[in-house]
Design a protein. Structure first.
Length: 182
């Protein structure tokens, strides 16, 4: 069943209200949103690892040197392959999520400029949990186009997104999780 407020394909930017270290200063891409729950991947936590180093079955593949990101705390040993394929007119892209190895290899060869990434784990929310977190102020919601309006990647991506959507929030970015530690 499709939800009245479908967040699929949208970005979630963690606010400073998020206290869970798994999501602190993250940018998440919502892969699937429904009344049954939500699945997404964190897109700004690169790991110092490649797909080939993580999984030996990829070591001699054309995919071996592509990066791996921490996708989230759920099922952290499972790798999800994605392909970000730019449109030929340089406006937008097609995202293929949870692509199998053979198809990902074909995309890598066939699609010029395609970015292949592996994500370990994912983010998951129970039905209506994400909606409640948004209403509580834990997340900012943004169009996926914001990803391509900045050259920043990794940890700097969160700051660039926040600066564009809610610059005042950057004043609180250095606060410790536990203010009594000041």
């Amino acid at each position: 069943m499709k939800s009245a407020m479908d967040l699929s394909g949208r970005l979630l930017i963690a606010t400073t209200a998020v206290k869970d270290r798994n999501f602190s200063k993250t940018v998440c891409l919502v892969a699937k949103y429904s009344d049954y729950g939500t699945i997404g991947i964190i897109v700004n936590r690169p790991l110092l690892m490649t797909i080939g180093r993580f999984n030996k079955k990829f070591s001699h593949s054309i995919l071996a040197d592509n990066p791996i990101y921490c996708g989230g705390p759920v099922n952290p040993n499972h790798i999800t392959l994605t392909a970000w394929i730019p449109h030929s007119n340089d406006v937008g892209f097609e995202l293929r999520y949870n692509v199998n190895k053979v198809e990902t290899e074909e995309i890598s060869i066939r699609e010029e400029g395609a970015q292949i990434r592996g994500y370990l784990g994912c983010a998951s929310w129970a039905p209506y949990q994400l909606l409640m977190e948004i209403l509580r102020g834990d997340w900012l919601v943004a169009d996926i186009g914001y990803l391509f309006d900045t050259k920043e990647r990794g940890e700097k991506l969160w700051e660039a997104m926040v600066a564009r959507i809610n610059p005042g929030m950057l004043l609180f970015r250095e606060l410790p999780d536990d203010p009594s530690l000041n």
